[in-house]
Design a protein around this ligand. Structure first.
Ligand code: TRP
Length: 446
C-alpha cells in the first residue's frame, strides 16, 4: 500500500474535524430539537451530555484512528481484533443513511440561497417551505449537493478537505456573529432568549426519559461521533499531537457555533410570533424566512445566511463521504475518483425516498441519531474500554506532563463505566421511541 496521506498541519486537522462537526447538526437539527423538546431544559441536558459523554467519546475514536491508521472497518483487524470489524461495517452503513438524507436537507439550503436572491419565499415563508421541501425539485437539489461533495472528496484529503475547511470555518464564525447582532435588535428578541436560556428543573425531572435519548442523539450527531468519521480523520494525524487538547478545541468550537445558531434563531422566531415547537424540521427555513423577509436588505442577508449553512453542510457531508470512500479505497483497492463517484451514486439513491416524504426523512433521522449512532458509540466504547489494550497508551502520546499521570486512567474508567452505562440506557429508552415512529408510519401508509 502506498504511503498514507497525513494532514498538512495540526491546525489543518483541527479545522477539518471542526468542519466535520459543524454543519446542519448545529443550525438545522439543534434548533428544531431544542424547539420540539421545550427549550432551555433540553439545552441544559445537551450541554451536560456534550461534556460528560461527547468529549471522552471523541477521544475513543481518536485513539482507535491514530493507533490503527485505518478506516473504521480495517482498524479493528490492524489492532488485532478482527472479530470487531462488524462495528466498522455498521459505521459504513450508518454513513450511507446519514448522508442520504443529510444531502436532501443540504439541498434545501442550496435552494434557499438562490431563493433569497430572487426573494421567492419572502411573501409566504411557511407556504414556500411546504411547496419546495419535498418533490422532484428537492431531489434535484439533493443531486446538486452530492455532486459538490463528490467533487471535493475525489481530490483527496489534503488538496480537497483541508484546503476548503481552512477558509470555511472562520467564515462561518464571522457570519454567525453578524447575524446574532441582527437577531438581537428585533422586537421580542428578549422572550426568545428567555425561552432558550432559562431551564426549568421540574421539567428536567419529569421528562428526562425523553430528553436523554434526544440530547444524546443530538450530541453524537453534532460531534460526528458514532460512525467512525473521527476514526477516519484521526487516522491521518501525527503521533505527537495532544489528543485531549485537540478534542477540547473541536468540541468547544462546535458547541459555541451551535449555541450561536440558537442565539440567532430563537430571538428571531419569537419576534415573528412562531412557536418554536411548530415548524419541526422546517424551523430553520420558516423561522429565518419570516425574519429575513422583514429585515432590510432581505436578499443580501438571506443569501449570506443560507450560503453559510451550505458551506457548513458541505464540510460535514464530505466527512461522512470520506468514511465510506476511504473504506472502499483501502479495502477494494479502487482508485479514489471512481470510488468516490460510485459511493456518491449509491448515497443519492438511498436518499431518494427522503426527498419525497417528510415522514421518511424523520424516520431516517430518528433511527440514525437515537439508535444507530448510540449503538455505534456504545460498541466503540466497549471495544476501547475493555478490549483495545493500547487505548490508554495511545492517549498518553503527546499529552503534557501535567496530565500524563492521571488523565488516561481516569478516562479509561470513565468510558468503561459511565459512558457505557449511558449508551445502554439511551438505547433502551430510544428503541421504544423508534418502534412507535415506525408503527405510525406503517399506519399512515396503509
Ligand atoms: N456533525 C455534522 C453536523 O452536525 C454531521 C456529521 C458529519 C455526522 N459527520 C458525521 C454525524 C458523522 C454523525 C456521524 O452537521
Amino acid at each position: 500500500m502506498s504511503e498514507r496521506e497525513q494532514w498538512g498541519t495540526r491546525i489543518g486537522f483541527i479545522l477539518a474535524a471542526v468542519g466535520s462537526a459543524v454543519g446542519l447538526g448545529n443550525v438545522w437539527r439543534f434548533p428544531f430539537q431544542v424547539g420540539e423538546q421545550g427549550g432551555a431544559t433540553f439545552l441544559l441536558m445537551y450541554v451536560a451530555i456534550i461534556l460528560i459523554i461527547g468529549l471522552p467519546a471523541m477521544l475513543v475514536e481518536f485513539t482507535i484512528g491514530r493507533r490503527s491508521q485505518r478506516n473504521p472497518i480495517d482498524a479493528f483487524e490492524k489492532l488485532g481484533h478482527r472479530e470487531w470489524s462488524f462495528v466498522g461495517i455498521l459505521a459504513v452503513i450508518t454513513g450511507f443513511i446519514i448522508l442520504a438524507y443529510y444531502s436532501v436537507v443540504a439541498g434545501w439550503t442550496i435552494r434557499y440561497t438562490g431563493a433569497s436572491i430572487t426573494g421567492a419565499y419572502f411573501d409566504d415563508p411557511a407556504g414556500y417551505f411546504g411547496e419546495v421541501s419535498f418533490g422532484i425539485e428537492a431531489l434535484g437539489f439533493h443531486a446538486v449537493f452530492m455532486v459538490i461533495a463528490v467533487g471535493i472528496v475525489a481530490f483527496g484529503i489534503k488538496r480537497g478537505i483541508e484546503a476548503c475547511t481552512k477558509i470555511l470555518v472562520p467564515a462561518i464564525i464571522v457570519l454567525l456573529l453578524g447575524l446574532i447582532v441582527f437577531g438581537l435588535t428585533l422586537e421580542g428578541a428578549g422572550e426568545g432568549l428567555t425561552y432558550y436560556l432559562t431551564p426549568e428543573f421540574d421539567a428536567l425531572r419529569d421528562n428526562w426519559m425523553e430528553l436523554l435519548p434526544s440530547a444524546a442523539g443530538q450530541a453524537l450527531f453534532t460531534l460526528s461521533l458514532g460512525m467512525g468519521a473521527m476514526i477516519t480523520y484521526s487516522s491521518y494525524i501525527a503521533d505527537d499531537d495532544n489528543l485531549v487538547v485537540d478534542s477540547g478545541w473541536i468540541v468547544g468550537f462546535n458547541t459555541a457555533i451551535a449555541l450561536m445558531a440558537g442565539l440567532v434563531i430563537f430571538p428571531v422566531l419569537f419576534s415573528v410570533g412562531v412557536d418554536p415547537a411548530d415548524p419541526g424540521p422546517g424551523a430553520l427555513f420558516v423561522g429565518f424566512g419570516e425574519a429575513i423577509a422583514e429585515a432590510p436588505a432581505s436578499e443580501l442577508i438571506g443569501a449570506f445566511f443560507f450560503g453559510t449553512v451550505v458551506i457548513a453542510a458541505v464540510s460535514s457531508g464530505i466527512s461522512i463521504l470520506e468514511v465510506i470512500v476511504s473504506f472502499v479505497i483501502d479495502h477494494f483497492e479502487v482508485d479514489r475518483i471512481p470510488a468516490t463517484i460510485g459511493v456518491g451514486v449509491i448515497v443519492f439513491i438511498v436518499g431518494i425516498p427522503t426527498a419525497f416524504d417528510g415522514s421518511i426523512l424523520d424516520l431516517y433521522d430518528g433511527v440514525v441519531a437515537e439508535v444507530l449512532l448510540p449503538l455505534g458509540m456504545g460498541l466503540l466504547v466497549l471495544f476501547a474500554g475493555w478490549f483495545f489494550t493500547d487505548a490508554k497508551d495511545e492517549l498518553l502520546k503527546g499529552l503534557g506532563p501535567a496530565t500524563r499521570d492521571w488523565l488516561p486512567t481516569v478516562w479509561l474508567w470513565h468510558i468503561r463505566t459511565v459512558i457505557l452505562a449511558v449508551a445502554v440506557l439511551v438505547l433502551i429508552l430510544s428503541s421504544g421511541g423508534a418502534y412507535e415512529t415506525l408503527m405510525e408510519i406503517l399506519e399512515a401508509t396503509e
